[in-house]
Design a protein around this ligand. Structure first.
Ligand code: HEM
Length: 400
Protein backbone atom coordinates (compact mmCIF):
# COMPACT_ATOMS: atom_id res chain seq x y z
CA UNK A 1 0.00 0.00 0.00
CA UNK A 2 1.27 3.54 -0.76
CA UNK A 3 2.29 5.54 2.24
CA UNK A 4 -0.31 8.14 3.16
CA UNK A 5 1.52 11.44 3.52
CA UNK A 6 0.84 14.71 5.32
CA UNK A 7 3.31 17.22 3.96
CA UNK A 8 0.82 20.03 4.62
CA UNK A 9 1.36 19.42 8.34
CA UNK A 10 3.69 22.25 9.42
CA UNK A 11 4.85 22.34 13.02
CA UNK A 12 6.60 25.67 12.48
CA UNK A 13 3.39 27.47 11.47
CA UNK A 14 2.46 29.89 14.27
CA UNK A 15 -1.26 29.30 13.74
CA UNK A 16 -0.66 25.57 14.21
CA UNK A 17 1.36 26.15 17.37
CA UNK A 18 -1.39 28.42 18.75
CA UNK A 19 -4.06 25.77 18.13
CA UNK A 20 -2.85 22.42 16.78
CA UNK A 21 -6.17 20.63 17.23
CA UNK A 22 -7.77 21.30 13.79
CA UNK A 23 -4.59 19.98 12.11
CA UNK A 24 -4.58 16.95 14.40
CA UNK A 25 -8.17 16.19 13.33
CA UNK A 26 -7.09 16.23 9.69
CA UNK A 27 -4.14 13.96 10.47
CA UNK A 28 -6.35 11.44 12.28
CA UNK A 29 -8.63 11.35 9.26
CA UNK A 30 -5.67 10.85 6.88
CA UNK A 31 -4.92 7.37 8.21
CA UNK A 32 -3.60 5.34 11.13
CA UNK A 33 -0.05 6.39 10.25
CA UNK A 34 1.00 9.15 7.90
CA UNK A 35 4.51 9.70 6.60
CA UNK A 36 5.99 13.19 7.00
CA UNK A 37 8.86 13.68 4.59
CA UNK A 38 10.34 16.80 6.15
CA UNK A 39 10.28 15.45 9.71
CA UNK A 40 11.35 12.04 8.34
CA UNK A 41 8.91 10.23 10.57
CA UNK A 42 5.57 8.50 10.67
CA UNK A 43 2.96 10.44 12.63
CA UNK A 44 0.31 8.77 14.76
CA UNK A 45 -2.63 10.97 15.81
CA UNK A 46 -5.40 8.48 16.69
CA UNK A 47 -5.87 7.22 20.24
CA UNK A 48 -6.04 3.46 19.64
CA UNK A 49 -3.08 3.55 17.27
CA UNK A 50 -0.91 5.69 19.57
CA UNK A 51 -1.79 3.49 22.53
CA UNK A 52 -0.97 0.30 20.60
CA UNK A 53 2.28 1.73 19.24
CA UNK A 54 3.48 2.84 22.70
CA UNK A 55 2.93 -0.70 23.98
CA UNK A 56 4.49 -2.43 20.95
CA UNK A 57 7.77 -4.18 21.93
CA UNK A 58 9.03 -3.93 18.33
CA UNK A 59 9.41 -0.17 18.71
CA UNK A 60 11.24 1.74 21.43
CA UNK A 61 12.98 4.97 22.20
CA UNK A 62 16.39 4.90 20.50
CA UNK A 63 18.69 7.74 21.38
CA UNK A 64 20.78 9.07 18.50
CA UNK A 65 23.86 11.09 19.38
CA UNK A 66 23.62 14.63 18.11
CA UNK A 67 26.55 15.85 16.02
CA UNK A 68 29.11 17.33 16.05
CA UNK A 69 30.19 15.49 19.16
CA UNK A 70 32.36 18.46 20.22
CA UNK A 71 29.17 20.54 20.74
CA UNK A 72 26.78 17.86 21.93
CA UNK A 73 28.99 15.59 24.06
CA UNK A 74 27.36 16.44 27.39
CA UNK A 75 23.83 16.38 25.99
CA UNK A 76 24.56 12.97 24.47
CA UNK A 77 25.92 11.26 27.57
CA UNK A 78 23.37 12.89 29.88
CA UNK A 79 20.47 11.56 27.81
CA UNK A 80 21.89 8.15 26.99
CA UNK A 81 22.77 7.52 30.67
CA UNK A 82 19.27 8.24 32.07
CA UNK A 83 16.24 5.94 32.22
CA UNK A 84 14.22 7.54 29.44
CA UNK A 85 16.82 6.98 26.72
CA UNK A 86 19.15 4.32 28.10
CA UNK A 87 19.37 0.95 26.31
CA UNK A 88 16.59 -1.45 27.32
CA UNK A 89 18.45 -3.51 29.97
CA UNK A 90 19.80 -0.36 31.66
CA UNK A 91 16.39 1.27 31.47
CA UNK A 92 14.82 -1.48 33.56
CA UNK A 93 17.62 -1.33 36.15
CA UNK A 94 17.43 2.45 36.47
CA UNK A 95 13.65 2.47 36.68
CA UNK A 96 13.80 -0.10 39.47
CA UNK A 97 16.38 1.99 41.34
CA UNK A 98 14.01 4.99 41.41
CA UNK A 99 10.62 3.28 41.47
CA UNK A 100 10.23 3.07 45.25
CA UNK A 101 10.43 6.84 45.57
CA UNK A 102 7.55 7.35 43.16
CA UNK A 103 5.24 4.56 44.27
CA UNK A 104 1.82 5.64 45.49
CA UNK A 105 2.68 5.04 49.18
CA UNK A 106 5.82 7.17 49.04
CA UNK A 107 3.94 9.92 47.27
CA UNK A 108 1.18 9.90 49.89
CA UNK A 109 3.83 10.60 52.52
CA UNK A 110 4.85 13.70 50.52
CA UNK A 111 1.40 15.27 50.90
CA UNK A 112 2.35 17.33 54.00
CA UNK A 113 5.38 18.76 52.15
CA UNK A 114 3.26 19.62 49.09
CA UNK A 115 0.57 21.23 51.27
CA UNK A 116 3.16 23.25 53.16
CA UNK A 117 4.74 24.54 49.95
CA UNK A 118 1.30 25.43 48.50
CA UNK A 119 0.33 27.29 51.67
CA UNK A 120 3.59 29.22 51.76
CA UNK A 121 3.09 30.26 48.13
CA UNK A 122 -0.52 31.27 48.76
CA UNK A 123 0.63 33.40 51.73
CA UNK A 124 3.20 35.08 49.47
CA UNK A 125 0.52 35.68 46.80
CA UNK A 126 -1.82 37.24 49.37
CA UNK A 127 1.01 39.49 50.57
CA UNK A 128 1.82 40.60 47.01
CA UNK A 129 -1.82 41.33 46.29
CA UNK A 130 -2.09 43.22 49.60
CA UNK A 131 0.72 45.49 48.44
CA UNK A 132 -1.01 46.10 45.11
CA UNK A 133 1.57 44.07 43.13
CA UNK A 134 0.62 41.96 40.13
CA UNK A 135 0.02 38.30 40.84
CA UNK A 136 1.00 35.85 38.14
CA UNK A 137 -0.40 32.37 38.67
CA UNK A 138 2.55 30.83 36.84
CA UNK A 139 5.40 32.70 38.47
CA UNK A 140 3.95 32.85 41.96
CA UNK A 141 2.19 29.50 42.36
CA UNK A 142 2.37 26.94 39.59
CA UNK A 143 6.08 27.26 38.80
CA UNK A 144 7.68 27.30 42.27
CA UNK A 145 5.58 24.39 43.57
CA UNK A 146 7.10 21.44 41.64
CA UNK A 147 10.54 23.08 41.73
CA UNK A 148 10.50 23.18 45.52
CA UNK A 149 9.11 19.65 45.81
CA UNK A 150 11.57 17.94 43.45
CA UNK A 151 14.44 20.00 44.90
CA UNK A 152 13.56 18.74 48.39
CA UNK A 153 13.39 15.17 47.12
CA UNK A 154 16.71 15.39 45.33
CA UNK A 155 18.35 17.30 48.18
CA UNK A 156 19.21 20.21 45.88
CA UNK A 157 20.70 23.05 47.96
CA UNK A 158 18.58 26.20 48.13
CA UNK A 159 21.23 28.41 46.53
CA UNK A 160 21.39 26.24 43.40
CA UNK A 161 17.66 26.00 42.66
CA UNK A 162 17.15 29.14 40.58
CA UNK A 163 20.16 28.39 38.38
CA UNK A 164 19.20 24.75 37.97
CA UNK A 165 15.68 25.75 36.92
CA UNK A 166 17.02 28.21 34.32
CA UNK A 167 19.43 25.61 32.94
CA UNK A 168 16.68 23.02 32.87
CA UNK A 169 14.42 25.31 30.79
CA UNK A 170 17.27 25.88 28.32
CA UNK A 171 18.05 22.17 28.10
CA UNK A 172 14.43 21.12 27.57
CA UNK A 173 14.15 23.67 24.73
CA UNK A 174 16.63 21.46 22.85
CA UNK A 175 13.81 18.93 22.37
CA UNK A 176 11.73 21.40 20.30
CA UNK A 177 11.47 20.43 16.64
CA UNK A 178 11.81 24.05 15.47
CA UNK A 179 14.77 25.53 17.36
CA UNK A 180 17.21 28.27 16.45
CA UNK A 181 21.00 28.17 16.69
CA UNK A 182 21.00 30.69 19.56
CA UNK A 183 18.70 28.37 21.47
CA UNK A 184 21.03 25.45 20.73
CA UNK A 185 24.10 27.25 22.03
CA UNK A 186 22.29 28.41 25.18
CA UNK A 187 20.95 24.88 25.69
CA UNK A 188 24.39 23.31 25.32
CA UNK A 189 25.92 25.70 27.86
CA UNK A 190 23.06 25.01 30.26
CA UNK A 191 23.39 21.26 29.77
CA UNK A 192 27.09 21.43 30.65
CA UNK A 193 26.27 23.39 33.80
CA UNK A 194 23.53 20.95 34.84
CA UNK A 195 25.79 17.95 34.30
CA UNK A 196 28.58 19.54 36.29
CA UNK A 197 26.43 20.52 39.28
CA UNK A 198 24.66 17.17 39.48
CA UNK A 199 27.98 15.30 39.13
CA UNK A 200 29.33 17.35 42.07
CA UNK A 201 26.24 16.62 44.11
CA UNK A 202 26.49 12.92 43.33
CA UNK A 203 30.13 12.84 44.46
CA UNK A 204 29.21 14.68 47.67
CA UNK A 205 26.38 12.24 48.42
CA UNK A 206 28.63 9.25 47.75
CA UNK A 207 31.10 10.64 50.29
CA UNK A 208 28.44 11.71 52.81
CA UNK A 209 24.99 10.22 52.16
CA UNK A 210 21.89 12.01 53.46
CA UNK A 211 18.29 10.86 53.28
CA UNK A 212 17.64 12.26 49.82
CA UNK A 213 16.95 10.59 46.48
CA UNK A 214 20.46 11.16 45.11
CA UNK A 215 21.92 9.44 48.19
CA UNK A 216 19.49 6.56 47.68
CA UNK A 217 20.54 6.21 44.03
CA UNK A 218 24.25 6.09 44.89
CA UNK A 219 23.59 3.63 47.72
CA UNK A 220 24.88 0.13 47.19
CA UNK A 221 22.06 -2.17 46.32
CA UNK A 222 20.66 -4.60 43.84
CA UNK A 223 20.17 -1.96 41.16
CA UNK A 224 23.43 -0.07 41.58
CA UNK A 225 23.87 2.97 39.34
CA UNK A 226 27.22 4.46 38.34
CA UNK A 227 27.89 8.07 39.39
CA UNK A 228 27.30 9.18 35.80
CA UNK A 229 23.95 7.41 35.76
CA UNK A 230 22.93 8.94 39.09
CA UNK A 231 23.76 12.46 37.85
CA UNK A 232 21.97 11.84 34.54
CA UNK A 233 18.85 10.46 36.23
CA UNK A 234 18.82 13.34 38.69
CA UNK A 235 18.79 15.77 35.75
CA UNK A 236 15.99 13.74 34.13
CA UNK A 237 13.98 13.87 37.36
CA UNK A 238 14.47 17.61 37.70
CA UNK A 239 13.55 18.26 34.05
CA UNK A 240 10.64 15.80 34.08
CA UNK A 241 9.46 16.85 37.51
CA UNK A 242 9.11 20.56 36.81
CA UNK A 243 8.20 21.81 33.30
CA UNK A 244 5.37 19.43 32.51
CA UNK A 245 3.73 19.87 35.92
CA UNK A 246 3.98 23.65 35.60
CA UNK A 247 2.42 23.60 32.14
CA UNK A 248 -0.30 21.06 32.91
CA UNK A 249 -1.40 22.88 36.06
CA UNK A 250 -1.11 26.36 34.52
CA UNK A 251 -3.03 25.46 31.38
CA UNK A 252 -5.68 23.57 33.33
CA UNK A 253 -6.24 26.45 35.75
CA UNK A 254 -6.51 28.83 32.83
CA UNK A 255 -9.16 26.62 31.19
CA UNK A 256 -11.09 26.50 34.45
CA UNK A 257 -10.86 30.25 35.07
CA UNK A 258 -11.97 30.97 31.51
CA UNK A 259 -15.20 28.98 31.82
CA UNK A 260 -17.61 30.35 34.39
CA UNK A 261 -19.79 27.22 34.41
CA UNK A 262 -16.87 24.82 34.94
CA UNK A 263 -15.45 27.06 37.62
CA UNK A 264 -18.78 27.34 39.42
CA UNK A 265 -19.23 23.60 39.22
CA UNK A 266 -15.74 22.96 40.58
CA UNK A 267 -16.15 25.41 43.45
CA UNK A 268 -19.48 23.81 44.39
CA UNK A 269 -17.69 20.58 45.35
CA UNK A 270 -13.87 20.73 45.15
CA UNK A 271 -13.48 17.70 47.39
CA UNK A 272 -15.13 15.27 45.02
CA UNK A 273 -14.20 17.03 41.74
CA UNK A 274 -10.46 17.65 42.18
CA UNK A 275 -9.36 14.24 40.91
CA UNK A 276 -11.42 14.27 37.72
CA UNK A 277 -10.65 17.97 37.15
CA UNK A 278 -6.90 17.23 37.28
CA UNK A 279 -7.30 14.37 34.79
CA UNK A 280 -9.12 16.74 32.45
CA UNK A 281 -6.35 19.36 32.90
CA UNK A 282 -3.94 16.63 31.77
CA UNK A 283 -6.04 15.46 28.81
CA UNK A 284 -7.37 18.69 27.36
CA UNK A 285 -4.08 20.30 26.34
CA UNK A 286 -1.21 17.91 27.02
CA UNK A 287 1.94 19.73 28.18
CA UNK A 288 4.19 17.41 26.14
CA UNK A 289 2.79 16.81 22.67
CA UNK A 290 5.27 14.60 20.84
CA UNK A 291 7.34 11.57 21.76
CA UNK A 292 9.30 9.42 19.37
CA UNK A 293 9.86 5.74 18.85
CA UNK A 294 12.08 3.87 16.38
CA UNK A 295 11.21 0.57 14.70
CA UNK A 296 13.69 -1.99 16.11
CA UNK A 297 12.84 -4.24 13.15
CA UNK A 298 10.54 -4.02 10.14
CA UNK A 299 6.86 -4.35 11.10
CA UNK A 300 3.34 -4.23 9.72
CA UNK A 301 1.01 -1.79 11.43
CA UNK A 302 -2.63 -1.45 10.37
CA UNK A 303 -1.70 -2.70 6.90
CA UNK A 304 1.29 -0.36 6.48
CA UNK A 305 4.93 -1.43 6.34
CA UNK A 306 7.29 0.37 8.70
CA UNK A 307 10.95 -0.23 7.86
CA UNK A 308 13.56 -1.03 10.50
CA UNK A 309 15.09 2.18 11.85
CA UNK A 310 12.20 4.44 10.80
CA UNK A 311 11.02 6.95 13.35
CA UNK A 312 7.47 7.19 14.61
CA UNK A 313 6.09 10.36 16.24
CA UNK A 314 3.31 9.84 18.77
CA UNK A 315 1.11 12.92 19.02
CA UNK A 316 -0.21 12.56 22.55
CA UNK A 317 -2.31 15.74 22.43
CA UNK A 318 -3.96 14.55 19.22
CA UNK A 319 -4.72 11.11 20.68
CA UNK A 320 -6.34 12.80 23.69
CA UNK A 321 -8.85 14.55 21.39
CA UNK A 322 -9.83 11.47 19.37
CA UNK A 323 -13.66 11.26 19.18
CA UNK A 324 -13.38 7.48 18.80
CA UNK A 325 -12.18 7.36 22.42
CA UNK A 326 -13.55 10.50 24.12
CA UNK A 327 -17.10 11.82 23.93
CA UNK A 328 -17.10 15.44 22.80
CA UNK A 329 -13.31 15.50 22.94
CA UNK A 330 -13.04 19.26 22.34
CA UNK A 331 -15.11 20.17 25.36
CA UNK A 332 -13.43 20.72 28.72
CA UNK A 333 -15.37 18.54 31.15
CA UNK A 334 -14.04 18.39 34.71
CA UNK A 335 -16.40 15.47 35.44
CA UNK A 336 -15.15 13.35 32.53
CA UNK A 337 -15.01 9.70 33.60
CA UNK A 338 -13.42 7.52 32.37
CA UNK A 339 -10.56 9.65 31.13
CA UNK A 340 -7.83 7.29 29.86
CA UNK A 341 -5.66 10.05 28.34
CA UNK A 342 -2.15 9.32 27.10
CA UNK A 343 -0.54 12.41 28.61
CA UNK A 344 1.77 10.23 30.72
CA UNK A 345 2.41 7.89 27.76
CA UNK A 346 1.82 4.11 28.00
CA UNK A 347 3.88 0.94 28.04
CA UNK A 348 7.50 0.58 29.18
CA UNK A 349 8.20 4.31 29.49
CA UNK A 350 4.96 5.28 31.24
CA UNK A 351 5.84 8.35 33.31
CA UNK A 352 7.54 7.30 36.53
CA UNK A 353 6.56 10.58 38.18
CA UNK A 354 2.84 10.42 37.30
CA UNK A 355 1.71 9.77 40.92
CA UNK A 356 3.77 12.75 42.12
CA UNK A 357 2.52 15.04 39.33
CA UNK A 358 -1.08 14.04 40.07
CA UNK A 359 -0.67 14.54 43.81
CA UNK A 360 0.87 17.99 43.38
CA UNK A 361 -1.97 19.07 41.12
CA UNK A 362 -4.68 17.47 43.28
CA UNK A 363 -3.39 19.37 46.32
CA UNK A 364 -2.62 22.69 44.60
CA UNK A 365 -6.02 23.03 42.90
CA UNK A 366 -8.42 22.99 45.88
CA UNK A 367 -6.04 24.93 48.14
CA UNK A 368 -5.90 27.72 45.56
CA UNK A 369 -9.68 28.11 45.31
CA UNK A 370 -10.23 27.70 49.04
CA UNK A 371 -7.77 30.51 49.75
CA UNK A 372 -8.91 32.76 46.91
CA UNK A 373 -12.59 32.06 46.09
CA UNK A 374 -12.67 35.33 44.10
CA UNK A 375 -9.70 34.41 41.90
CA UNK A 376 -10.11 35.93 38.39
CA UNK A 377 -8.01 36.39 35.27
CA UNK A 378 -6.90 40.02 35.15
CA UNK A 379 -5.38 40.32 31.66
CA UNK A 380 -4.48 38.16 28.70
CA UNK A 381 -2.34 35.14 29.51
CA UNK A 382 0.94 34.82 27.60
CA UNK A 383 1.46 31.46 25.87
CA UNK A 384 4.84 29.82 25.42
CA UNK A 385 5.43 29.38 21.71
CA UNK A 386 6.45 25.74 21.52
CA UNK A 387 4.97 22.77 19.71
CA UNK A 388 6.44 19.88 21.72
CA UNK A 389 6.21 21.74 25.05
CA UNK A 390 2.84 23.50 25.47
CA UNK A 391 1.99 25.89 28.24
CA UNK A 392 1.76 29.47 29.43
CA UNK A 393 4.56 31.79 30.49
CA UNK A 394 2.24 34.15 32.40
CA UNK A 395 -1.31 34.01 33.72
CA UNK A 396 -2.05 37.34 35.47
CA UNK A 397 -4.82 37.15 38.07
CA UNK A 398 -6.53 39.12 40.80
CA UNK A 399 -7.15 37.25 44.02
CA UNK A 400 -9.90 39.29 45.69
C1 HEM B 1 2.15 16.58 34.27
C2 HEM B 1 3.39 16.19 34.48
C3 HEM B 1 4.13 15.17 33.66
C4 HEM B 1 3.92 14.76 32.38
C5 HEM B 1 2.84 15.21 31.42
C6 HEM B 1 4.91 13.75 32.08
C7 HEM B 1 4.98 13.04 30.89
C8 HEM B 1 5.84 11.99 30.66
C9 HEM B 1 5.83 11.17 29.47
C10 HEM B 1 4.87 11.35 28.30
C11 HEM B 1 6.81 10.23 29.61
C12 HEM B 1 7.16 9.09 28.66
C13 HEM B 1 7.79 9.50 27.37
C14 HEM B 1 7.75 8.42 26.34
O1 HEM B 1 6.88 7.54 26.38
O2 HEM B 1 8.59 8.44 25.44
C15 HEM B 1 7.46 10.47 30.89
C16 HEM B 1 8.51 9.73 31.37
C17 HEM B 1 9.15 10.02 32.56
N1 HEM B 1 8.79 10.97 33.49
FE1 HEM B 1 7.20 12.21 33.38
N2 HEM B 1 5.72 13.59 33.18
C18 HEM B 1 5.27 14.44 34.16
C19 HEM B 1 5.78 14.56 35.43
C20 HEM B 1 6.88 13.89 35.91
C21 HEM B 1 7.42 13.99 37.25
C22 HEM B 1 6.81 14.85 38.36
C23 HEM B 1 8.53 13.22 37.29
C24 HEM B 1 9.48 12.95 38.44
C25 HEM B 1 9.79 13.79 39.36
C26 HEM B 1 8.67 12.58 35.99
C27 HEM B 1 9.66 11.69 35.67
C28 HEM B 1 9.67 10.91 34.53
C29 HEM B 1 10.67 9.87 34.27
C30 HEM B 1 11.82 9.49 35.17
C31 HEM B 1 10.34 9.32 33.04
C32 HEM B 1 11.07 8.20 32.31
C33 HEM B 1 10.32 6.88 32.48
C34 HEM B 1 10.91 5.75 31.70
O3 HEM B 1 11.54 5.96 30.66
O4 HEM B 1 10.74 4.61 32.13
N3 HEM B 1 7.65 13.01 35.20
N4 HEM B 1 6.85 11.55 31.52
Amino acid sequence: MDRPTADWFDVTDLAFVADPYPAYRRLREAGPLVWHEELQMWLVAGYANANAMLRNPMVDRVFRDRLPESEWATFNWLNSSAALDAPRADHVRMRRAMAGWFARGSITSLSPLIERVCNELLDEMAARAGQGEEVDLVRHYVEPLPIRVISELLGLPQELRADVRAWSVAMVALFEVDRGSDQEVAGQIATDALAERFAELTAERRARPTGDLISAMVGKGHDTLSDREVAANAVLLFNGGTGAVINALGTGLLQLLSRSKSRELYCSDPESLSESAVEEFLRFDAPLQLFERTALEGLEFRGLRIQQGERIGLLLGAANRDPAEFMEPDSFDIRRDPNPHLTFSAGAHFCLGAPLARREMQIALPLLFTRFPELRLSSDPVPEHGFVVRGYARIPVTVS
